[in-house]
Write a protein that binds this ligand. Structure first.
Ligand code: ATP
Ligand code: MG
Ligand code: FE
Length: 355
């Protein structure tokens, strides 16, 4: 089975051709991503209108590029998969409409894919991982711990009650006058900093529920930064290092509980796995925190290559292939994009009922 994947939910325009072999193995044939980072960096964040226009301008060319790199024509694909949510509605419209137009004109089935499902299933494409496993998604828009039980079968165990982790990095960077995106800038500054200088808060640590909260941390950073004026380079480095230390301790507590709960639930699994996804997974401090935690709990720690952790179309293509292989139905051409679209059925029902 061969599929074209399209991703336009945020600030990456992407197209990819992925194959699923008879034995279930996935293979990425081509994978092109155009990041809009430069268009947005002057504004210190993603501007929805600019993003939507950039998707319109880039998408057709990227799809052609993905096809030509794979050495195939549109008529050679068995299906089309496009992200239908969650994300910025303008971008979602562009990608889903394009996917529909291609599916209709080439007479192929269309799969409207949940972006989060793409992240959740990536480890099966890269590592052939079997169900069930735990997935931690840490990006600019999401911070979730999800139990992945099967294709279309997810339980969200924890989510952020305020800022996403990537967002906390971006806001902290902005406060300190560091460039956008904040993650890499904060990580770099932290390398020469004293992580013990500030004792930043670690919200929800010790609580039994597995949610996250990062807005208090950002406020504490603001207070520390305004208390010292002017800020020297060393002050900034110390704040960044202390900020990362607080996050690392928070994750240790939250994820540690998650791992323990997973083991309790699935005692028969000899080596359970924790998979990480999202742009924040690039952070070395966070990576080694998770690696240590997994060693301690005797979990396998699986971190897909970074270009597949951040937004891409290969994961959307793969999610479509997984649905096809699982015998799940294609979507009607009338399917609409959804800016909010929780992964698990329980949360989706809550949104549907307006709660
Ligand atoms: P979505 O949430 O919809 O998946 P996104 O574009 O916000 O989309 P990603 O592209 O996966 O998310 O990741 C971007 C985020 O990752 C930004 O918030 C950025 O600051 C953060 N990030 C990138 N590199 C690092 C790093 N080295 N350390 C910490 N955070 C990082
Ligand atoms: Mg992005
Ligand atoms: Fe994403």
């Amino acid at each position: 089975l061969r599929i074209l994947g399209i991703e336009t939910s945020c600030d990456e325009t992407a197209a990819s051709i992925v194959v699923r072999h008879e034995d279930g193995r996935g293979e990425i044939i081509s994978d092109v991503v155009l990041s809009q980072l430069e268009e947005h960096s002057a504004f210190g964040g993603v501007v929805p209108e600019i993003a939507a226009r950039a998707h319109v301008e880039a998408l057709d060319g990227l799809i052609e590029e993905a096809l030509s790199r794979a050495g195939i024509k549109l008529s050679d694909v068995d299906a089309v998969a496009a992200t239908a949510g969650p994300g910025l509605i303008g971008g979602l419209l562009v990608g889903l409409m394009t996917g529909k137009a291609i599916a209709m004109s080439a007479n192929k089935p269309l799969y409207a894919v949940n972006h989060l499902e793409g992240h959740a299933l990536t480890a099966r494409l890269t590592d052939g991982l079997g169900f069930p496993y735990l997935m931690l998604l840490v990006s600019g828009g999401h911070t979730q711990l999800v139990l992945v039980k099967g294709v279309g079968d997810y339980e969200r165990w924890g989510t952020t009650i305020d800022d996403a982790l990537g967002e906390a990095f971006d806001k902290t960077a902005k406060l300190l006058g560091l460039p956008y995106p904040g993650g890499p800038a904060v990580e770099k500054a932290a390398r020469t900093g004293d992580a013990t200088r500030f004792d930043f808060p670690r919200p929800l640590v010790g609580e039994a529920r597995l949610d996250f909260s990062f807005s208090g941390l950002k406020t504490a950073v603001r207070q520390a930064a305004t208390a010292i004026q002017p800020l020297t380079e060393q002050d900034i480095a110390d704040i960044c290092a202390s900020f990362q230390r607080a996050i690392s301790r928070t994750l240790k507590d939250r994820i540690g509980r998650g791992l323990a709960r997973f083991r309790e639930r699935s005692p028969a699994l000899s080596e359970p796995s924790l998979v990480v996804a999202g742009g924040v997974a690039a952070n070395q401090v966070i990576r080694s925190t998770l690696q240590d935690l997994c060693n301690e709990h005797r979990f396998a720690f699986i971190a897909p290559p970074l270009n597949l952790c951040t937004d891409n179309a290969a994961m959307i293509a793969w999610a479509g292939l997984e649905r096809m292989a699982a015998g799940l139905p294609a979507d009607p051409i009338s399917v609409a994009p959804r800016s909010r679209w929780p992964l698990d059925n329980e949360a989706a029902a809550l949104i549907g009922s307006g709660k």
